[in-house]
Design a protein around this ligand. Structure first.
Ligand SMILES: NC(=O)c1ccc[n+]([C@@H]2O[C@H](COP(=O)([O-])OP(=O)(O)OC[C@H]3O[C@@H](n4cnc5c(N)ncnc54)[C@H](OP(=O)(O)O)[C@@H]3O)[C@@H](O)[C@H]2O)c1
Length: 258
């Protein structure tokens, strides 16, 4: 069975790099038209050019309220309708709690939580009109707190709660709302962390990778395409009975039931 996404329109945030880039590519491969949103125009344009005429680049800093409305408006103006919103952009600061200032918490919430809320609000009427869907890319740290992830963990927990709440509204209004919790996925963000860990411990990058995997207790890191595959599934017809699901795609790092 195909994804059933041909000719439909998606808006993917954080689509210039990493997981969002892979999601945009997977959705275009499924026959969707995709609006790519991130701040860096050059990276967005380069990815849109690789994806071809089904992709449209819109540069915006989604920490700004007006930019969220603007991204939805631009997508509707360009493609005429909207079937899928993928809230993926996120950049919460990690590190010892004592090193994190209020500004780090506000900034983390501004992008990953408030932008997702604002984009959902702006996109909801268009999604409702089309029987559309939302997929939120959240993170395993929202279920398993850690002292070096005190911004990202609470942001992710909040977004899971919001996902469940909007899924209830979606039952009545015909919008499916689900989420994916990635574990450690090989993107620039992860590579940067591993390089810093290697420098701090004066070991090779391979050794830092090995130690990080041992700490996590998983066999390997994930690939962005493995998250994108689940987005295509959740967005498509095969997942038509999935509503409010929080799907762990994390190599098994989440040990508990919830
Ligand atoms: N990688 C992992 O291991 C992992 C694990 C769990 C959850 N996640 C979640 O998955 C999502 C994607 O992670 P990733 O590793 O792919 O991140 P990434 O490689 O750092 O990419 C982040 C994307 O978001 C965009 N972005 C950053 N700040 C933005 C802003 N203010 N406004 C609009 N766009 C912005 C970036 O482009 P610009 O910088 O040009 O704006 C880029 O396209 C995040 O929400 C992250 O928390 C990742």
């Amino acid at each position: 069975m195909q994804d059933g996404l041909e000719g439909k329109v998606a808006l993917v945030t954080g689509a210039s790099r990493g997981i969002g880039q892979a999601i945009a590519a997977r959705l275009v491969a499924a026959g969707m038209k995709v609006a790519l949103v991130a701040r860096t125009r050059s990276e967005l344009d380069a990815h849109a050019a690789r994806l071809g005429p089904g992709a449209f680049a819109h540069a915006a800093d989604l920490r700004e309220a007006a930019a969220c409305v603007g991204a939805v408006d631009a997508t509707l103006a360009h493609f005429g309708h909207l079937d899928l919103l993928v809230n993926n952009a996120g950049a919460t600061k990690r590190g010892p709690f004592a090193d994190l200032a209020d500004a780090d918490f506000f900034d983390g919430f501004a992008l990953k939580f408030h932008a997702a809320v604002r984009l959902t609000r702006a996109a909801w009427p268009a999604l409702r009109a089309r029987g559309g869907a939302i997929v939120n890319i959240i993170g395993a740290g929202g279920k398993t707190p850690a002292p070096d992830f005190t911004v990202g963990g609470p942001v992710n927990s909040a977004l899971m709660n919001f996902t469940k709440a909007m899924a209830q509204l979606g039952i009545r209004e015909g919008v499916r709302v689900n989420a994916i919790n990635p574990g450690s996925i090989e993107t620039q963000r992860l590579t940067g962390r591993l390089e810093a860990a290697a420098r701090a411990a004066n070991v090779s990058l391979d050794e830092a990778r090995r130690r990080n995997l041992a700490d996590l207790g998983v066999a390997r890191f994930g690939a962005p395409a493995e998250i994108a595959e689940v987005v295509a599934f959740l967005a498509g017809a095969r997942a038509s009975y999935m509503q409010g699901a929080l799907v762990d795609v994390d190599g098994g790092v989440t040990r508990g039931l919830f």
